[in-house]
Design a protein around this ligand. Structure first.
Ligand SMILES: N#Cc1c(-c2ccc3ccn(Cc4ccc(CN5CCCCC5)cc4)c3c2)n[nH]c1N
Length: 228
């Protein structure tokens, strides 16, 4: 999979050179490129924003730098998936991550200020599938944090990125429920004991206990996951 990220803060993504995704990049499983939107400006001040038509607080990102960036980044392939983080987007879930992990080419466009000129999304629709995606119902200062989260959630689902694929199955949200609690040595830590069932060696009973824990936690913390 190729991922292109466009941002006015490219160094935000230095963290993607570490850990699992860093190794996936080094091994060639993940072909990740981060770009500075200002490289597609031509004025002395490398301007990417301007005042909003119709008035209002703040600034809006100019369309032309984005148009030039998208033209260049989509010139070599069929139809990439072009994702713009937005508080007005569909909410990103594990199902979204699974869906996007099967794509060949993702382009992430990180907005800043009060957002990107709407015409960029219209223009991009002729170049690929456009998705406006939100991390959740709160307002961030830009798209970079969302792209970091989405890239990690998507990247770890790409075959070969996570060493033991079995570990992907028992995670929160993979089966629609929250994950069961995990424990490791010592068996007693500051008077807190590991649940005895986990020391029993009875794998059937352990599996049943873990499923019960998942259901109990999901009922308590995320009853919405059990509806419908
Ligand atoms: N993913 C994700 C996000 C984001 C996100 C993603 C991308 C950008 C680009 C800029 N911002 C900051 C911003 C965006 C909108 C507004 C509201 N204004 C109201 C008046 C008309 C103009 C817009 C304020 C500030 C972003 C925030 N926030 N929360 C998520 N889950």
């Amino acid at each position: 999979m190729r991922i292109d990220v466009v941002s006015i803060f490219p160094s935000y993504f230095d963290g993607l050179t570490l850990s699992l995704l860093g190794r996936a990049r080094d091994s060639g499983i993940l072909d990740l490129h981060v770009h500075d939107l200002r490289d597609w400006t031509h004025d002395r001040h490398r301007t990417v924003d301007d005042t909003p038509y119709g008035g209002g607080a703040g600034m809006v990102m100019k369309p032309e730098p984005w148009g030039l960036a998208l033209d260049e980044l989509t010139s070599n392939d069929t139809r990439p998936t072009i994702i713009f983080p937005s508080p007005a987007g569909e909410v990103f879930t594990q199902a979204t991550a699974r869906e996007l992990a099967n794509r060949e080419h993702l382009i992430f466009g990180c907005g800043r200020y009060e957002g990107i000129d709407e015409r960029v999304f219209e223009y991009a629709a002729a170049l690929g599938e456009v998705r406006l995606i939100s991390l959740g119902d709160y307002v961030l200062n830009g798209g970079e944090v969302a792209v970091m989260a989405m890239t990690e959630a998507i990247g770890r689902l790409i075959p070969g990125v996570v060493g033991n694929p079995e570990s992907l199955v028992e995670e929160s949200h993979e089966d629609g429920l929250l994950e069961y609690p995990s424990y490791t040595k010592p068996a007693v830590w500051r008077d807190h004991e590991v649940p005895p069932i986990l020391l029993s060696g009875n794998h059937g009973a352990i599996a049943t206990w873990r499923r019960e824990q998942q259901l109990e936690r999901t009922r308590a913390r995320r009853p919405d996951l059990l509806e419908g």
